[in-house]
Design a protein around this ligand. Structure first.
Ligand code: 13P
Length: 251
């Protein structure tokens, strides 16, 4: 029995419009609001956050955003600051490989986001992950250790942190990492945190993400260092996502 509470996060990415997002959130709420031994977070697109916050108000499901700009305000066209998200969401996904890839986000920038979120009292869900060529070259452990350390530069609010190990080769491919591969890398992440904060390292939650569904989630959650899942595609189907939460709750 792990002492860390399991957490299941749905990352909707750039899917749903405002109305379909409200509908999806309502369905997830209907099917899983009564499961309380799992922490549940959904991360819709920015434009849906205010309406979905109303749907989730007073429920057991928390709301997250998918990105944030660490600057307080100013001339950053198209960006959303921590101050804007404050009071609206409890969690923010940062450092997702899609943003590192398509928006050229560096680990330095991810670290700035983590620091700014913690100052504002929000919880970062910090993603790290290697691509297939790094995995094949046998350098994944080293790469993840470096990426995680760099993404945490200046950060110290360990109680607020959730880490997600998401190998790029497993995202959206239907080919999840094996539970042994996911465990190995989750342990690498935990070791890094334990080195940075010996007292609190063992209470930081480490999630796995990459083609998680209701068929593979149980096996992943059996691993000693995997405390939950960051779910993409399967979080867009209320029944599938709720099944996954139910399976996590019986772990
Ligand atoms: P999939 O579950 O669709 O593979 O996406 C994983 C992911 O990137 C979640 O952030």
């Amino acid at each position: 029995m792990k002492h860390r509470k399991t957490v299941i996060v749905g990352n909707w990415k750039m899917n749903t419009d405002v109305q379909s997002g409200i509908n999806l959130a309502k369905q997830i709420l209907d099917l899983s609001n009564n499961i309380t031994n799992v922490e549940k977070i959904i991360c819709p697109p920015f434009v849906s956050l205010t309406s979905i916050a109303k749907v989730l108000k007073g429920s057991s499901i928390q709301l997250g955003a998918q990105n944030v700009n660490p600057n307080e305000n100013g001339a950053f066209t198209g960006e959303v600051s921590t101050a804007m998200l404050h009071g609206l969401v409890s969690h923010v996904v940062i450092g997702h490989s899609e943003r590192r890839m398509f928006n050229d986000e560096s680990s330095d920038q991810v670290a700035a986001k983590a620091v700014s979120l913690s100052k504002a009292g929000m919880n970062p869900i910090l993603c790290v992950g290697e691509d297939l060529s790094i995995r094949k070259s046998g350098k994944a452990v080293n790469f993840i250790a470096k990426q995680l350390e760099a993404s945490l530069k200046g950060f110290s609010n360990w109680n607020s942190l959730i880490i997600a190990y998401e190998p790029i080769w497993a995202i959206g491919t239907g080919e999840a990492a094996t539970s042994a591969q996911a465990q190995e890398m989750a342990a690498v992440c935990r070791n890094i945190i334990c080195n940075l904060t010996p007292d609190l390292g063992n209470s930081v939650r480490v999630l796995y993400g990459g083609s998680v569904n209701s068929k593979n989630v149980a096996k992943l959650l059996e691993q000693p260092d995997i405390d939950g899942a960051l779910v993409g595609g399967a979080s867009l189907n209320a029944q599938e996502f709720s099944n996954l939460i139910k399976l996590a709750s019986s772990k």
